[in-house]
Design a binder for this molecule. Structure first.
Ligand code: GLU
Ligand code: MG
Length: 434
């Protein structure tokens, strides 16, 4: 009997426009063909809702076929015979499909590069572990607060060391750089920070890291939930992204004369992102659970503002200090794990570029914590979709095909789930993302 656990398997995955990861796998002997000719997928992959209903549109139906091609340069060994790589979505004719979400980010980065700006992104993962012992996933949710758990607790790290070691071992095998791991606020909720990378590689790293967390959780008897709200009434899971911007002249977010040391171009980039955020909620946090998280008091950045180390502001400014050796950055907090990380990064970078091009005024930073210190970001699905269809940052970075797909998916998700109780939505989507 061969060693089944070590049989080489190559998994290629994409994140669909609605934010769910989908995959095809091939025997390792077929890896070259996966890269060269690709494997087939129905155009319906573009319009899957989070619950796997299909939001068909004129452009996206059951007719036709796509080719998924794994990026051979990005394939990583994640241990136990498994390799993983991101796929590009192509047409049968060999061109890249307009709905390829990774390519949308590639193109936005090219526009930024042409403007002389280099971006780097460091993603964070938050997730909660659930025992797998009882079907379907050991569904007794942990208490919202527990005497056995302290937020950021030492005991939590020690008690779950086997899980954390599994994550670190697989990450090392895959060449994934983890900066830190810690216990979060809710029982069995953890956070992992990834090293900053060029934007496309950073999004690839995030997808890879979520898969590694999933595998390490499974190895130790758990299932990992990345859901924005894994337990009704409990803590939320964010998917914050730290963004740094540079030109040949140096960093844009430090060394200048603007507020907190930003340069003129840095201020323009922040202003551009701030102005665009209300228009891209359907991309950053548009799932049937996202509005339950994007609220004041959740540290989710529900306010349309920016501020120095302000965890209630959508853009938390992290200044360059001896404690931040990688320099200044802005943390984009409204993003949750139901967002497609390629599209979320693309709309944010496009908005930064639009800011740099037009230099809109930067509102003053908000350094208070009152609920009325700044307006809230829109969370109603109808509002988010209408704004997405009118968003210049979305039009420029995503194009009409992706906007059509996202709008159709969000509308159907809302029609199906909008009037359901939060408990029902939480149960249904606990393990959808990641
Ligand atoms: N869990 C919070 C969220 O949903 C973030 C907490 C933190 O700032 O680390 O975004
Ligand atoms: Mg956190």
């Amino acid at each position: 009997m061969p060693d089944l656990a070590a049989e080489p398997l190559v998994i290629g995955s994409l994140v669909d426009p609605g934010g769910v990861s989908r995959a095809k796998a091939v025997p390792a002997s077929r890896a070259d063909a996966f890269a060269a000719t690709g494997v087939g997928a129905s155009p319906s992959w573009n319009v899957f809702c989070a619950d796997d209903r299909l939001a068909f549109t004129e452009r996206f139906s059951v007719i036709g076929d796509l080719r998924l091609r794994i990026d051979p340069a990005a394939i990583r060994d994640i241990g136990g015979g498994l390799s993983w790589g991101p796929v590009t979505v192509g047409t049968l004719g060999g061109t890249v499909a307009a709905s390829c979400t990774r390519t949308a980010l590639v193109r936005t980065v090219e526009r930024l590069t042409a403007a002389g700006v280099t971006a780097s992104v460091g993603h964070e993962l938050e997730f909660q572990l659930f025992p797998r012992s009882e079907p379907p996933h050991g569904s007794e949710p942990p208490e919202v607060l527990s005497p056995e758990w302290s937020a950021y607790g030492f005991g939590a790290v020690v008690d779950h060391a086997a899980f954390l070691q599994g994550v670190v071992a697989r990450a090392r095998s895959a060449g994934l750089e983890i900066l830190q791991l810690h216990a979060e606020w809710a029982p069995r909720q953890f956070e992992i920070s990834l090293a900053r990378r060029p934007p496309v590689q950073a999004a690839d790293d995030l997808v890879l890291a979520r898969m590694i967390v999933r595998l390490a959780a499974r190895d130790t008897g758990f299932a990992a939930s990345f859901s924005p709200v894994p337990i009704a009434g409990g803590a939320s899971n964010g998917a914050h992204a730290h963004l740094s911007l540079h030109t040949a002249g140096g960093p844009l977010l430090s060394g200048g004369t603007g507020p907190h040391g930003v340069t003129d171009a840095g201020a323009a980039a922040i202003a551009g992102i701030l102005a665009a955020l209300p228009g891209v909620g359907a991309v950053l946090s548009g799932s049937p659970l996202s509005a339950e998280r994007l609220r004041p008091g959740m540290w989710a950045g529900a306010h349309a503002s920016w501020g120095l180390e302000n965890r209630e502001a959508a853009l938390r400014f992290v200044a360059a200090t001896p404690g931040t050796p990688d320099g200044a950055n802005i943390e984009i907090k409204p993003i949750d794990a139901s967002a497609n990380p390629y599209l979320a990064t693309a709309v944010v970078l496009e908005a930064a570029l639009m800011g740099i091009e037009t230099s809109p005024p930067l509102p003053p930073p908000v350094d208070t914590h009152s609920d009325d210190s700044a307006p809230l970001l829109p969370t109603s699905p109808e509002d988010q979709v209408a704004r997405l269809e009118g968003s210049t940052a979305a039009r420029r970075s995503l194009g009409p095909d992706l906007i059509e797909a996202i709008a159709a998916v969000r509308r159907m998700e809302h029609a199906t789930w909008g009037d359901k109780r939060v408990e029902e939505r939480v149960e249904r989507f606990r393990f959808t993302w990641g």
